[in-house]
Design a protein around this ligand. Structure first.
Ligand SMILES: Nc1ncnc2c1ncn2[C@@H]1O[C@H](COP(=O)(O)OP(=O)(O)OP(=O)(O)O)[C@@H](O)[C@H]1O
Ligand SMILES: [Mg+2]
Length: 256
């Protein structure tokens, strides 16, 4: 049996919705009208369903666009993180961070630990969650961030603060500490940290412990102290000591 056809002239309605920019409502209109007739849907329910189609369509598009423009790598989420494998990471702590309250107050998450323990995975997963919550997010590997900072070194302040690494609600900085910085890089990084301090949230992952930061920051102890002072004020420090997930696969292959 075919679905009952709606005998309404809805072209004019469709055109008005389109003129108002309600593209998702236009798309949902036919199906919803058919259903409304068949199920004898009250007018207020129909209206609610139509508006919801528009709202959820926009929300999905916003998330898709932001995932792309944030440059965030794909595939790593909180759902596919194996907490049992890494007992050094308290699940409840990550779940609290996943609420995003710390992002609103511009706080910092610093994740330290050896290779393969899941630092980047958690950074990406929390970034994706932040996008779903509606925050603007930007991802940089640390070396890419330095390249961008150097390219913008002579930008005037009013242009500089429009850069995504300054203006995003959440800045993700992955893999800090592989190479020591030169003096110019260290002071550009300081400028970024002081601008964002109290304004915007950050997640930084690093394989260096805090006591190595002076060496990392061009050997400048004054600068290192000034940076750490700002980063660690109201910071969430996660020290991840544990086995490498990458090596787990190797261990299992060797066992087999
Ligand atoms: N607990 C885990 N559950 C599921 N996958 C994990 C877990 N830990 C790590 N992985 C996976 O293992 C790989 C390595 O993890 P990740 O890149 O997060 O390590 P890392 O701590 O950032 O290491 P590095 O310091 O080398 O950058 C990734 O593919 C990640 O998705
Ligand atoms: Mg990593």
């Amino acid at each position: 049996m075919s679905a009952p056809r709606v005998k309404l002239d809805i072209d004019a309605t469709r055109e008005k919705l389109a003129a108002l920019g309600l593209a998702h409502a236009v798309e949902a209109l036919d199906g919803l009208l058919t259903e409304a007739v068949r199920a004898e849907m009250p007018a207020h329910v129909f209206l609610e369903r139509l508006l919801e189609a528009e709202r959820s369509g926009r929300e999905e598009r916003r998330i898709r666009t932001m995932l792309k423009t944030s440059k965030i790598p794909t595939g790593q989420t909180l759902e596919n993180f194996d907490f049992a494998f890494q007992p050094a990471i308290e699940r409840s702590r990550i779940e609290t961070l996943a609420t995003g309250a710390w992002i609103r107050s511009g706080e910092v998450v610093l994740m330290q630990g050896p290779p393969g323990v899941g630092k980047s995975h958690l950074l990406v997963a929390l970034g994706v969650r932040a996008i779903q919550l509606g925050f603007s997010v930007q991802y940089f590997r640390f070396d890419e961030l330095l390249t961008a900072l150097k390219a913008d070194a002579h930008l005037r302040p009013e242009r500089l603060k429009k850069r995504k690494y300054m203006s995003s609600s959440l800045l993700l900085v992955d893999e800090m500490g592989y190479d020591p910085m030169i003096r110019e890089e260290a002071s550009l990084f300081f400028r970024l940290v002081s601008y964002r301090y109290g304004r915007g949230a950050m997640i930084i992952t690093t394989n260096k412990s805090i006591r190595d930061w002076t060496e990392l920051l061009a050997g400048d102890e004054v600068l290192a102290t000034a940076i750490l002072d700002r980063l660690l004020h109201r910071a969430h420090v996660l020290n991840i000591k544990g086995r490498s997930y990458r090596l787990r696969d190797l261990e299992e292959a060797l066992k087999a």
